[in-house]
Write a protein that binds this ligand. Structure first.
Ligand code: ATP
Ligand code: MG
Length: 570
């Protein structure tokens, strides 16, 4: 499809001054239609880049499979034809439940290409969270593996009234299901991407469930415009860049920046099927000459805990840019990465709801360790306080709720079946994020905590992040989760749960020493009154510390929705 100036202009809904609408070389939007899969793969083939490397897949057992853009275009077309052959079409709902196998990426692209709304689920979810999400999302098709089907799905899947097709990866399938291998082989390799409009729904992502029951955020095809732009300007993705995003597509980072942004920007993306392993990760960066690496604080703290000596055995000279998202990145981790990789991890902030990076330490910016950076060009962020029915903006240096002026293309368009909850997020022309932050005189934003996690002690407001960051500066502390517990005199007092670096034993002296260290760093009003040793902290599957669970357990209260809790398969 050849693009002309006039077709591009008709596709631009947003103000011409917005940087994502000006980045015209990044997507085609032929005749005003936008289909994410067309922009991610077919477009590159049309423009003569079919033989550019698109995806290097690294299997758990050491397998390697390379896909170029033509391969992904062809495979996703076959997949789209399989869906179409079963009567599935634009607007239908396609779910996948798989580990990071190539079929996951092909199914994602094929589902979008066929115009269906794509919902990825974490493969480690138990049967109940899978079923609930498929019911909420009225799944019409599910793609999964034989093992996952047998273990988690077979018992109930045929009870779902909306479900028309279950595709099973491989050559055979149980009764009532279709084997993907033969279906793909029989399908035509040609499929013209369905002409979806910019506002047609494309993706549903469930939030991490850190603060409560996960919400289903609905995103549209036009989001790709922002994925393309932010991939380039926040992560430095360029054609040919060797890029590794460690996030699983089961949560939003693994799709926005683990599938869409890298492909639209024509990078060579690396997909590792395996979970975190220190030598595997360092070995992959060295062997594949990774240039841009996007990860998360939990993983970075694991690298840090294993020490600089482990890192010194590897050559990291290929690295050009490091970025982190998902949780606050402790200043300690930024300084450490500068020492080990020769450059800092660049923290950025966004949410499932925003669909893309909003606040970032962009390439070339001076990093202030502990800060999330500055709003992306074209994004207006403010610090506000709720004031009656409305909000008022706070001044530099004041702590308040982080708010954004809606209008960028990857913003959610709805919470699935939760209209009232969605509407409540918007006040006085702001989208309220539910996170607390502060802006410094240089325009950098500093994360304080989630509104729910804030601790009020003797008239002070304390964000857990500040306390956790001080704790992990102690040589024995690997990770920390901090909560407020009720106290008669102070209202609340700070309590910390920590895990230890392996060479330290959980002894009383050490507890005292850690408290002393925190008191010195933070002062007696903010330092934890009590430090408890744990072998693990409760986390979501996307790696976020669940402070609400620490608190519920501390106070003997109900645990609430724990469908995303790591290690739990109920
Ligand atoms: P739920 O909304 O279900 O409670 P969640 O908010 O953890 O779950 P996500 O959308 O996956 O679900 O995560 C977004 C949240 O993660 C942000 O609102 C913020 O609290 C946190 N976060 C993301 N990036 C950063 C960052 N760079 N610094 C601090 N916090 C971050
Ligand atoms: Mg949230």
């Amino acid at each position: 499809m050849e693009q002309t100036e006039s077709t591009i202009v008709t596709s631009v809904r947003v103000a011409a001054t917005d940087p994502w609408s000006q980045a015209r070389d990044l997507i085609d939007a032929p005749d005003g239609f936008i289909n994410i899969a067309y922009e991610a793969v077919d477009r590159h083939v049309q423009h003569g880049h079919g033989s550019d490397p698109a995806m290097l897949w690294l299997g758990k057992a050491g397998e390697r499979r390379e896909f170029d853009y033509a391969d992904l275009a062809e495979q996703s077309s076959r997949f789209a034809n399989v869906l179409a052959a079963h009567g599935l079409s634009k607007g239908d709902s396609g779910f996948v439940l798989m580990g990071r196998v190539p079929e996951l990426y092909i199914a994602a692209l094929g589902t979008l290409k066929a115009g269906l709304v794509f919902t990825p689920l974490f493969s480690a979810f138990g049967p109940e969270p899978i079923r609930t999400r498929m019911e909420i999302g009225s799944a019409n098709v599910l793609v999964t593996t034989p093992q996952l089907f047998k273990r988690k799905i077979a018992g109930w899947v045929h009870e779902l009234p909306s479900l028309k097709l279950v595709l099973i990866v491989g050559e055979t399938a149980p009764d009532g299901c279709t084997a993907l291998g033969p279906a793909m082989a029989a399908a035509s390799p040609e499929f013209e991407a369905v002409k979806t409009g910019p506002e047609d729904p494309a993706l549903i992502h469930f939030t991490s469930g850190t603060t409560g029951k996960p919400k289903g955020a609905v995103h549209v095809h036009e989001a790709v415009r922002y994925h393309a732009y932010s991939g380039r300007d926040a992560l430095d993705l360029r054609p040919g860049t060797v890029y590794w995003c460690t996030a699983d597509p089961g949560w939003v980072t693994g799709t926005s920046y683990g599938i869409i942004a890298p492909l639209v920007n024509r990078t060579r993306m690396i997909v590792d099927e395996a979970e975190f392993d220190l030598d595997r990760w360092y070995g992959t960066v060295q062997r594949e000459k990774v240039q841009v690496w996007y990860s998360a604080p939990t993983a970075i703290r694991m690298l840090m805990r294993s020490g600089a000596e482990a890192a010194a055995r590897y050559d990291f000279s290929s690295i050009r840019f490091l970025a982190s998202v998902g949780e606050p990145l402790n200043p300690e981790a930024v300084l450490w990465s500068e020492k080990v990789f020769g450059q800092p991890f660049h923290d950025n902030w966004w949410q499932t709801e925003t669909g893309g990076i909003m606040i970032a330490n962009r390439p070339g910016m001076k990093v202030r360790p502990g800060s999330m950076g500055k709003p992306m060009p074209g994004i207006e962020a403010g610090i506000v306080e709720r004031d009656g029915e409305g909000v008022r903006e706070l001044k530099t240096g004041e702590i308040g709720e982080l708010a954004l002026r809606p209008g960028w293309p990857s913003m959610m368009r709805a919470y699935l079946h939760e209209e009232a909850r969605y509407r409540k997020c918007f006040v006085d022309g702001w989208y309220l994020s539910g996170d607390l932050a502060m802006r410094d005189p240089g325009g950098y934003f500093w994360f304080v905590g989630r509104a729910d996690d804030l601790i009020k002690t003797s008239g002070h407001l304390i964000g857990p992040f500040e306390v956790e960051s001080a704790l992990i500066e102690h040589p024995a502390v690997a990770e920390a989760g901090v909560i407020g517990v009720p106290d008669e005199t102070a209202g609340e007092v700070v309590k910390a749960y920590v895990t230890l670096v392996p060479s330290f034993a959980p002894e009383e002296d050490l507890e005292r020493d850690i408290r002393g260290h925190a008191r010195k760093k933070l002062g007696p009003a903010v330092a934890p009154r009590e430090v408890v040793f744990r072998t693990t902290l409760p986390k979501t599957r996307s790696g976020k510390i669940m402070r609400r669970l620490l608190k519920a357990r501390e106070l003997g209260l109900p645990e609430g929705d724990i469908s995303t809790l790591e290690g739990d398969e109920t």
